[in-house]
Design a protein around this ligand. Structure first.
Ligand code: IVH
Length: 671
């Protein structure tokens, strides 16, 4: 290729790469797979190495500079980087709205409402559309020059797109580490015996302060802008300004909204609070900003914070407390879970006294010992966990935790399979803890749905020796039940009716209810759909089992092992003898209700995407990544973007998450 052809191709590649970056980071709607992006970048790299004078400083290949820095230079901020006033309660927000209204002498002010990202503040300066400096907040007046590191972050454009940008533009925003990147980074670090990152915020801060940009480049960082420090050639409201930044290729959080008055603010706070677990990055609250800049100017500042903005924080997700002791809980499958008994602590909006410690390896890795001060984390509705111990605060010598060698519930030997993290009680259904759990599980709503058979009652029935297996439930008599504590004639009657009613479950529900390891509702449904009858499934080999969609070798091995055990077959026989008659699946193989349909998922869904995908596939649908003329249905979650627009344009059927849940429910499944 001669030089002028190479020059043309290099220009074209840079334009393409900028375009794909924009699609990926600003629109959150990649057009091409990552591999294609990598291919383009490699092509450009190869052209540039053949003709080194074709290299431009803003070329996408020039993100990582070769030489590590020696400490960071100091940069004086043109406009100081301020902080925000905080509120934790609705009363404080009401107080803020009142003050703003009073200052502006009008009601129902329009605010820009934004998620408050939990990352690191950064100030980016663009001169003639090119990124020239990136500085941390520092003390607000002077920050550190981290330009070389920030250049490695693909979400930050090296060159502004489009036109109409001012000669000097200073953008302020937050560098953060997405949760997925954080998890992946830590998985790798642990596998390599390296120290994992404490949390995504520390991860982002630490990555930015690497002296070698090569290291920063390997960290999964991203960026959202939230304001500018210059006002030249920009609109006169906050939201319009953010929109303009987007046009220039600068990522802006898709959840920013205009809201009105106190009610609008509180509503936004609630909504984002609900979305929080699905966002994919950490936020610690929302920010309200008076939208109009002239009104902001009128309100001005108090000491170091603007009067026109407020951070409305969520309850902290991490708090410190004392680890009193470590107990062992025995689960349905015999798994021994160490549970932390804690001095009560208010975290994530509730008082927590117990938290999971996962398993023995985790305890060793985190070196957590009874008596330690620990950080407890409760994010959303997730089970609280001990995130780490504060070793600096350890007093005296504390004894290390030891996993017991025998089950604390039944005295059977505790086993730990090579390569597995979980220790298990070997007692099987001899162990009352396992028996109780498996019977409780059998009765739950998504399993046999036996109303009135709660955990306490199951415990009592097992302890009194009235039931040993789930089949015994169907032999309970009115007299036996009324002889129990707190069981009246009416309740006993209702329970017997509920048991009677549960005798005709669809096969998939019964399979789920049996509590086979690794067999959740979706897998149970796939198995029932594939085999049709219990007999066919009972005799299936591991090989045949793996033919079922979403059944891998591990699940297949668990299923086969379950049916090989004589006492499990006996329980199934006893259920049948007691009059339990399982029905074929409502939706039979070959007549799957969504067969032939092609679905696309978009927006924030409140359940894991993989779960939704599995469900759809078990109903016969195909799930693809992008909307095309072939797409039959779009499942649109919150804040769906360009895929939704495209589907609307193509006249494709669009259904909301709640409609989807109803639809799936009507097919005897639940999400
Ligand atoms: S505005 C004068 N908007 O929160 C207003 N800040 O205490 C300056 N932050 O370290 C900040 N998300 O980095 C603003 N949407 C958002 C934000 C946000 C996160 C951080 C910011 C600063 C701290 C302010």
């Amino acid at each position: 290729m001669n030089k002028s052809v190479a020059q043309k191709r290099a220009d074209e590649l840079r334009r393409l790469l900028e375009h794909h970056n924009y699609r990926y980071y600003v629109l959150d709607d990649p057009e091409v797979p990552d591999a294609e992006y990598d291919r383009l970048i490699r092509e450009l790299e190869s052209l540039e190495s053949t003709y080194p004078d074709l290299v431009t400083p803003d070329s996408p290949t020039q993100r990582v500079s070769g030489t590590p820095m020696e400490g960071f230079a100091t940069i004086q901020h043109r406009v100081p980087m301020l902080s925000l006033g905080n509120a934790f309660s609705e009363t404080e927000v009401a107080e803020f709205c009142r003050r703003v209204s009073q200052g502006l002498e009008r009601e129902d002010i329009i605010f820009a409402a934004e998620p408050k990202l939990d990352g690191v503040a950064i100030s980016l300066t663009y001169v003639q559309g090119l990124l020239t400096t990136a500085a941390t907040r520092g003390d607000g007046e002077r920050g550190e020059d981290v330009t070389a590191n920030v250049r490695t972050i693909r979400a930050v454009p090296l060159k502004l797109l489009g036109d109409g940008w001012p000669a000097l533009l200073e953008v302020r925003g937050e560098i953060y580490m997405p949760r997925s990147g954080f998890d992946a980074f830590n998985r790798k670090a642990l596998a390599n015996g390296e120290k994992p990152l404490v949390n995504p915020r520390n991860g982002a801060a630490g990555s930015l302060r690497q002296l070698d940009p090569q290291l920063t480049a390997q960290r999964p960082l991203a960026f959202y802008a939230y304001s500018t420090a210059t006002r030249d050639q920009l609109p006169d409201t906050q939201l319009d300004t953010l929109e303009r930044l987007k046009d220039w290729g600068i990522p802006v959080n898709p959840e920013v909204r205009r809201v009105q008055g106190l009610a609008g603010c509180l509503d936004y706070h609630r909504r984002i609070g609900l979305l929080r677990p699905t966002l994919g990055y950490d936020i610690d609250g929302v920010v309200y900003k008076v939208d109009r800049f002239d009104q902001q100017g009128f309100l001005g500042f108090v000491s170091k914070a603007p009067r026109w903005a407020l951070a409305h924080k969520f309850p902290a997700e991490e708090e410190i407390t004392r680890l009193v002791d470590i107990d062992i809980q025995v689960g349905r499958t015999g798994a021994l879970t160490p549970v932390a008994r804690l001095a009560p602590v208010f975290v994530g909006g509730v008082t927590v006294t117990n938290a999971t410690l996962h398993n023995e390896d985790e305890i060793r890795r985190k070196d957590v010992r009874p008596g330690d001060w620990v950080v407890v984390r409760r994010a959303g509705d997730v089970i609280p966990e001990v995130a780490r111990a504060i070793h600096e605060r350890r007093e005296g010598t504390l004894a290390e935790f030891q996993m017991p060698e025998v089950c604390p519930e039944c005295g059977s030997r505790v086993e730990r399979v090579e390569g597995e993290a979980v220790a298990r009680c070997s007692g099987g259904l001899v162990c009352p803890a396992q028996r109780k759990h498996s019977i409780r599980h059998f009765a739950t709503r998504k399993a046999m749905d036996i109303e009135g058979l709660g955990d306490k009652l199951v415990d009592q029935l097992v302890e009194e020796g009235l039931i040993h297996t789930v089949a015994d439930l169907y032999h309970l008599s009115h007299e036996q039940l009324t002889a129990l504590d707190r069981m009246g004639g009416k309740s006993a009657e209702n329970l017997l009716k509920a048991l009677e009613k549960s005798k005709t479950p669809p096969l998939n529900r019964l399979l789920y209810a049996l509590g086979i390891r690794e067999v959740g509702e979706v897998t149970a449904h796939s198995l029932a759909a594939h085999f049709g009858t219990m007999e066919a499934l009972q005799d299936a080999s591991v090989e045949t089992l793996t033919e079922v969609s979403d059944v891998g070798p591990i699940v297949a091995a668990h299923v086969a092992a379950f049916f090989q055990q004589e006492h499990n077959r006996q329980v199934i026989q006893a259920l049948s003898d007691a009059g339990v008659k399982w029905q074929a699946l409502e939706t039979q193989v070959g007549e799957q209700p969504l067969a032939g349909e092609i679905w696309v998922l978009t927006g924030a869904l409140s359940m894991p995407r993989i779960q939704v995908k599995n469900l759809l596939e078990s109903l016969g649908a195909k799930v693809t990544g992008s909307v095309s003329a072939k797409t039959t249905t779009l499942l649109a979650g919150e804040a769906a973007g360009s895929k939704l627009k495209k589907a609307e344009k193509l006249g494709i059927k669009i259904i909301s998450e709640s409609d989807f849940v109803d639809y799936v429910g009507s097919h005897g499944l639940s999400v």
